[in-house]
Design a protein around this ligand. Structure first.
Ligand SMILES: [Zn+2]
Length: 121
């Protein structure tokens, strides 16, 4: 039975250091998700993407997701893909996403992640 309350749901990666997700959900409704990779060996975190459904924007969903990701990789060295949506740059800044362009470790490179090391100027 779906619980009718706001909850963070972790979707683990299929392989170590692969791409996993944290979703913010209300029952079956997904308000948004953050895609991330954590390497426990090198203690590296990669923020791969952050998406908030348009109708649920401007309610702090992105911030909750970014904080959940940071908490899961507490003490990790974080870097990030550039924001992938036109209006995401402001969100990126607001949620405190890492400003370092993605610098994956060897495990993350081997996991077949979508990595964009070059940020637009
Ligand atoms: Zn690694």
């Amino acid at each position: 039975m779906q619980q009718r309350r706001l909850q963070l749901v972790v979707v683990p990666p299929p392989v170590r250091a692969g791409a996993g997700q944290i979703q913010l959900r209300w029952g079956a409704t997904i308000y948004g998700h953050v895609e991330l990779s954590l390497c426990p060996v090198d203690r590296r975190g990669l923020l791969l993407g952050l998406h908030v459904e348009p109708r649920h924007r401007r309610r702090g969903v992105g911030r909750v997701l970014a904080r959940a990701a940071a908490a899961r990789g507490g003490g990790f060295s974080w870097s990030a893909n550039p924001p992938d949506e036109a209006d995401a740059a402001a969100l990126w800044a607001r949620v405190g996403a890492p400003r370092a362009p993605a610098s994956p470790c060897s495990h993350q490179e081997a996991a077949g992640l979508r990595i964009e090391p070059h940020w637009p100027k």
